[in-house]
Design a binder for this molecule. Structure first.
Ligand code: PMP
Length: 352
């Protein structure tokens, strides 16, 4: 029976990406070696790095003056690293609190300087995205989480702030076009829309760096990774390679514009099923609904296990909601196809 993977992350990868990755794990391009056995300084790995950077630039239309890095430590390290590199002690950055991951970013930034939480949706258990956010002009940047993986909300449009934006795009990178020129840093762990855990994509405006007065540890200094083309130390080569395979797959499927169409169709189908169903309801405010993580509940929560078991019988895995929201969460990242969402809708429809 086919398994439909709705996990929030690590998450679904395209079938062809998994096959190519499996081949590279055994032997990479007639070298007699697994990619996992090869030096990060070899010609092959250098070519992988160069193509991964070039395709990221192409797909996201990244302007001059920005650098693309593949680092380690996940988005969680970026919570700290962004602030360490951009927020001087004595300065105050603006943060928008839209959920658990924003809160963690705020906590780490406070180790580096002042934090002004300029907006929060904590009053309604993060079921919406704050509007009309006022950011002081003195802030070196405003930090946002573009898609809130746990609460199923997403900035539909990135507001026009007067200061540069630092964005955690872990759960919606490559799902839609972005105007990179608004940002000083964009970061995302690979394990949702890109590849397996291990690599963290960072897009950074070079001109934003070198302005803090503190001394930066080597491993936390973007400038050093820029100088070394991400490979200051041994990088997460296999995760970067699988990410590259995914980027090729995205390009082949119409680029990020192609992903918008695919993701809109899937999300519409699923939200419609939720809205029309007598037993289910969505948790996120309609205008802020995420196209990546769809959160919904049963009016009768006591029947949750029954629904999860109906899902399991249909090959559907990973739909149990995060404990802070409860109910169900269907993560429908780029690689999830319409057939997967149809399967879930079918189970919902027959659940009475
Ligand atoms: N930010 C967001 C929006 C996330 O969804 C996650 C992971 N679920 C993280 C940050 C943390 O990422 P990592 O595990 O790569 O540190």
């Amino acid at each position: 029976m086919k398994t439909y993977n709705f996990y929030a992350g690590p998450a679904i990868l395209a079938e062809e990406v998994k096959k190519q990755a499996a081949q590279a794990a055994l032997e990479y391009e007639n070298t007699g070696l697994s990619l996992m056995e090869m030096s990060h300084r070899s010609a092959e790995v250098t070519a992988i790095m160069e193509e991964a950077v070039a395709l990221t630039r192409e797909l996201l239309n990244i302007p001059e003056g920005y650098r693309v890095l593949f680092l380690q430590g996940g988005a969680s390290l970026q919570f700290y690293m962004t602030a360490l590199n951009l927020l001087d002690s004595g300065k105050t950055a603006a943060y928008v609190d839209t959920g658990a991951w924003s809160k963690k970013a705020i906590k780490e930034a406070k180790r580096c300087g002042g934090v002004d939480v300029v907006a929060s949706s904590s009053d309604k258990n993060y079921n919406y995205i704050p509007k009309n956010i006022d950011v002081p002009a003195s802030a070196p940047y405003v930090h946002i989480t573009t898609n809130n993986t746990i609460f199923g909300t997403q900035f539909q449009e990135i507001p026009d702030f007067d200061v540069p934006v630092v964005a955690d795009m872990s759960s919606d990178i490559f799902s839609r076009p972005i105007d990179v020129s608004k940002y000083d840093v964009i970061y995302a762990g690979a394990q949702k829309n890109m590849g397996p855990a291990g690599a963290t994509l960072v897009i950074v405006r070079e001109g934003a760096l070198g302005k803090v007065t503190r001394e930066l540890p080597s491993m936390l200094d973007y400038r050093l990774f820029i100088e070394k083309n991400s490979l200051f130390n041994t990088g997460p080569v296999f995760s970067i390679y699988v990410s590259l395979l995914t980027l090729r797959w995205i390009k082949k499927n119409g680029g990020v514009e192609g992903m918008v169409n695919r993701n809109t169709e899937k999300a519409n189908l699923l939200y419609e099923a939720i809205d029309n169903h007598p037993l289910f309801y969505g948790t996120a405010a309609k205008e802020d609904r995420s196209k990546m993580n769809v959160c919904f509940l049963l009016h009768e929560p006591s029947r949750s296990d029954e629904f999860l078991s109906a899902c399991a019988d249909a090959g559907i895995v990973g739909v149990k909601g995060h404990r802070s929201v409860g109910g169900f969460r269907a993560s429908i990242y780029n690689a999830m196809d319409l057939a997967g969402v149809r399967q879930l809708v079918k189970v919902m429809e027959s659940f009475q």
